[in-house]
Design a protein. Structure first.
Length: 435
């Protein structure tokens, strides 16, 4: 099954015991941040009827490339230069009506602006003229990738975060502002690349006992979740033969109706693949969002894909592997906006009575982009798939840097973020936040 040669990119965990390596000081050239005045807007996006937070909602400055996503509490912080203060914010979320808010009407700094979104049911009359065969819709989406997505290279600024949790205690968190070279979607030869601009981390290795989990690849591997670009495992005509598809409903995203198509690997396919949901724009057949997970029914096969190395006497079993990716449309062209991966493992030592669970989460959100004067990164600048982000990020620490860069909340110090996150369950455990 040559189609799935890159399937391991979605399953990237390096497990080592009794091994600690020094941080790698990479010689990456960086630019000095612009020293301009900026306005800080804090807000929370909620459901207008229930008041519940909307997780991973998109918050974008209209007529610009600046944006961010909300965190697990529906909160966001947006830092804007003077040139953007006169513009409007557009807030969007799956199945809700978009909301446009003048930035000038929002309170800045310490005040939290409540922004409520109304649900947007789609009348059945809007889809009766469209094809309802899910396989046809997916095939059309695949055929139109080169037309719907960016045909020229982009340079993106993005915020990246990864965490490791032992049971319900956060033991490591790392963050970075990264630069992304995004190759054109109609070119299979040019690959995406990422380099760290500034970063910070904190970890409590004592709570890890004798086991040290390390995530390989960092931002590079989360970029692989851009399945419109990295289509091998899901969005190719060859891959379609291994999945069953069903059309469940139609919902509104960004004011436009979208097909909701579920997919699952066929029972006759032995190799572990994926299952999930595709949100496809009815008019353009562009993939707007995708939520999917790895099929873990065959534990032995899944373990061989996820685990690169482990000590003798340890049994490691993947329990959950979920992924999410989002795109943003501007002037008829779709751009990568956000991706998130969460993987949970059960660790069992021989002669130990209780199991330990480790959960890893990594996410990346594009906060700005340009297609002007884009130059591909050199090999020594780029993060490699074999790199461990937590070992590289220390070389880019700068405590005075984070003031005017857009990041996913919480935006306090790493130590404070760990204390805050340690009090929370992961998103998939919080039933009141499920969509």
């Amino acid at each position: 099954m040559k189609t799935f040669k890159n399937i391991s990119f979605y399953a990237v965990l390096l497990l080592l015991a009794f091994t600690f390596r020094a941080a790698i000081a990479a010689g990456i050239g960086t630019k000095k941040a612009d020293q301009e005045n900026y306005l800080t807007i804090k807000g929370k996006v909620v459901d207008a009827e229930t008041g519940l937070p909307l997780v991973f909602a998109s918050v974008a400055v209209m007529e610009s490339n600046v944006g961010i996503v909300t965190n697990i509490d529906g909160e966001f912080t947006l830092k804007l230069g003077e040139a953007l203060v006169s513009k409007n914010l557009e807030i969007s979320y799956l199945g809700y009506k978009n909301k446009v808010v003048p930035i000038s009407s929002l309170r800045d700094n310490g005040y939290k602006n409540m922004i409520s979104l109304e649900s947007a049911p789609i009348p059945i009359r809007e889809i009766i003229v469209k094809p309802l065969d899910p396989e046809y819709i997916v095939a059309k989406t695949i055929a139109r990738i080169s037309k719907n997505y960016e045909p020229v290279p982009n340079l993106m600024t993005a915020f990246y975060r990864e965490t490791i949790r032992k049971n319900r205690t956060y033991v490591s968190i790392g963050e970075a502002v990264v630069e992304i070279f995004k190759a054109p979607y109609d070119n299979d030869i040019r690959f995406d690349g990422a380099r760290i601009y500034k970063g910070r981390k904190s970890s409590d290795v004592e709570k890890m006992d004798t086991v040290l989990f390390k995530l390989q690849g960092g931002p590079v591997n989360v970029l692989q979740l851009d399945i419109a670009k990295n289509t091998e495992a899901i969005l190719t005509t060859d891959a379609m033969q291994y999945y069953n598809y069903s059309l469940s409903t139609v919902i509104e995203i960004n004011g436009k109706p979208h097909y909701v198509i579920n997919f699952i690997q066929k029972p006759s396919v032995e190799m572990p693949l994926f299952m999930g949901t595709l949100y496809i724009d009815i008019e353009s057949y562009a993939l707007a969002e995708a939520e999917f997970g790895f099929n873990l029914s065959d534990k032995a096969a899944a373990s061989s894909i996820f685990i690169r190395k482990k000590p003798l006497g340890m049994e490691v079993t993947p329990e959950v592997a979920t992924y999410r990716t989002k795109y943003r449309e501007q002037d008829g062209v779709w751009h990568f906006e956000y991706s998130r991966a969460e993987v949970k493992f059960k660790v069992n030592w021989k002669k130990k009575l209780f199991n330990t669970f480790y959960t890893t989460m990594s996410e990346i959100a594009v906060t700005d982009r340009t297609d002007k004067e884009v130059i591909k990164f050199t090999g020594k600048e780029k993060i490699r798939y074999s790199d461990v982000f937590s070992e590289k990020v220390s070389a880019f620490a700068d405590p005075d840097f984070w003031g005017d860069y857009n990041i996913i909340e919480p935006d306090q110090s790493i130590e404070s973020a760990i204390r805050k996150l340690s009090k929370k369950l992961k998103f998939s455990d919080r039933k009141d936040l499920e969509e």
